[in-house]
Design a binder for this molecule. Structure first.
Ligand code: HEL
Length: 349
């Protein structure tokens, strides 16, 4: 309440710009206290030229990190895990520093190096080398531990996929189940997220979905259809598949207090400033918009898909926007404009 009305025309303009800047397709959905707005532009499939549909499924990338954080924070609520305990208490000998705590992982303050920096230094060859590979969690952690830590535990924010790979290991160790089972039992089923899946290591997106296209590093080279991949290089850090409707439902339920105790949700929203407009809590980003509104959610970048999925602090208004390319900074920056259209309304004249 008190928010400016959404600006559907502005939302549609942003999607058109994203497509003009190289995304084959784009979609957005706003759920605002019972009213839904959708917008689409371009193609879901360049081969068949099927038009983008607002209900198309897609890979959410690091939006997955909020799902993993929710499961771990539920385990805290169930007294099975302490945020300020050393990770090595639950996974003896895994990390080379007993001072790294669970909270450090979820807030990207552990100092654990992000192995994807090496993996995707050359975007297309890096992707082709792993798109059908299946990694164990320990293999991914080992790739990280080949490098020195980026900071002492808790000393600084430094985003790292490794943190949420370890989070997946914690979920499996503490529950005795796969992350797939825990996501399904604790989030997907209770919220009836019918478009949301964790199919790792299967490479296919179930049901009607948008194709995602990786932009090569060299200008002029053809886009690479990156739709089918294991996402085993990310798993609990990035392998969830969903839809705009389901991500709006998820962040609405999370911020509306349906998934965690008030105390745990408050801990999730306690943030470290990342830059002038962004701060990071526990598996949750806060973005401070031009109209003074702060929204909470996560962004995602996985080969072929950029995602923004954010909500107001009370979860009353949510927006998910997707562009079906990646490795294209102009598209990523342009797509951020959907947040302004959704939560700040028409630009002031
Ligand atoms: C912090 C981010 C941006 S990166 C992190 C995670 N995605 C990855 O780690 C994939 C990185 C390679 C993706 C690839 N890029 C290259 O290959 C570049 N050479 C492309 O664009 O398809 C995710 O998702 N997070 C984003 C987030 O949280 O917003």
């Amino acid at each position: 309440a008190g928010l400016p009305k959404p600006d559907p025309a502005g939302l549609a303009r942003v999607l058109r710009s994203a497509v003009d800047q190289g995304a084959p397709g784009a979609l957005a959905r706003i759920d605002d206290h019972g009213t839904t707005y959708t917008a689409t532009h371009g193609f879901a499939d360049r081969g068949t030229r099927r038009a983008m549909a607002a209900g198309d499924r897609f890979r959410v990338g690091s939006v997955t990190k909020t799902f993993s954080a929710v499961v771990l924070l539920q385990l805290v609520d169930e007294h099975k895990l302490s945020l300020d305990a050393p990770v090595n208490r639950y996974l003896p000998g895994l990390l080379p520093d007993d001072r790294i705590t669970v909270r450090h992982l979820l807030s990207h303050r552990s100092g654990l190096y992000d192995y994807t920096n090496d993996m995707f230094a050359n975007s297309v060859p890096g992707f082709e080398a792993v798109r059908n590979k299946v990694f164990t969690y320990r293999e991914l952690v080992a790739l990280s531990l080949k490098h020195p830590r980026t900071n002492a535990p808790g000393a600084a924010y430094s985003y790292s996929n490794t943190n949420f790979v370890v989070a997946g290991m914690l979920i499996e160790k503490l529950t005795g189940h796969s992350v797939a089972t825990e996501y399904r039992k604790r989030v997907f089923e209770p919220l009836k997220l019918a478009d949301t899946f964790y199919v790792h290591p299967d490479t296919r997106i179930p049901g009607v979905h948008a194709h995602g296209y990786l932009t090569p590093d060299k200008a002029g080279d053809p886009l690479v259809d990156a739709t089918d991949q294991t996402v085993s290089w990310a798993q609990s850090a990035g392998a969830v598949i969903s839809s705009a409707r389901d991500l709006d439902t998820f962040y609405g339920a999370l911020l509306g207090g349906r998934l965690l105790s008030p105390a745990r949700l408050a801990e999730m929203e306690k943030t470290t400033r990342v830059n002038a407009t962004t701060a990071y809590g526990l598996g949750l980003r806060r973005r401070d918009l031009s109209c003074g509104v702060s929204v909470y959610g996560h962004t995602g970048t996985v080969q072929g898909y950029y995602t923004y999925a954010f909500a107001t602090k009370d979860g009353g208004r949510r927006m998910t926007a997707v562009a079906t390319t990646s490795n294209n900074g102009k598209v990523l920056d342009t797509l951020a404009g959907t947040l302004e259209s959704a939560f700040c309304g028409k630009p002031k004249k």
